[in-house]
Design a protein around this ligand. Sequence first.
Ligand code: FES
Length: 112
Amino acid sequence: MPKIIVLPHEELCPDGAVLSAEAGETVLDVALKNGIEIEHACEKSCACTTCHVIIREGFDSLDESDELEDDMLDKAWGLEPESRLGCQAKVTDEDLVVEIPKYTLNHAAEDH
Ligand code: FES
């Protein structure tokens, strides 16, 4: 069974976590199932950026993002080459190391 190693995130997961996943599950669903409350403002329909995660290891094992996802990601806070929308990135049989960005766009907006 593949694992998702979540790097520490101040609010959502201060000590980091190691989650077991099943191939075909999305990174977001695995996190939510394990009590890591990544936001998902559009209810996983690829229409927001609040579920943005960065895949630090294992990025290439994921299906490529489609155009819609890339368009959304362009608007994400702290975009990186290995950014994905958590609700669109499906685990395969490889382990992943995932970082949850410090802010989502919603938060970033509130801070200003
Ligand atoms: S929850 Fe909105 S794009 Fe993933």
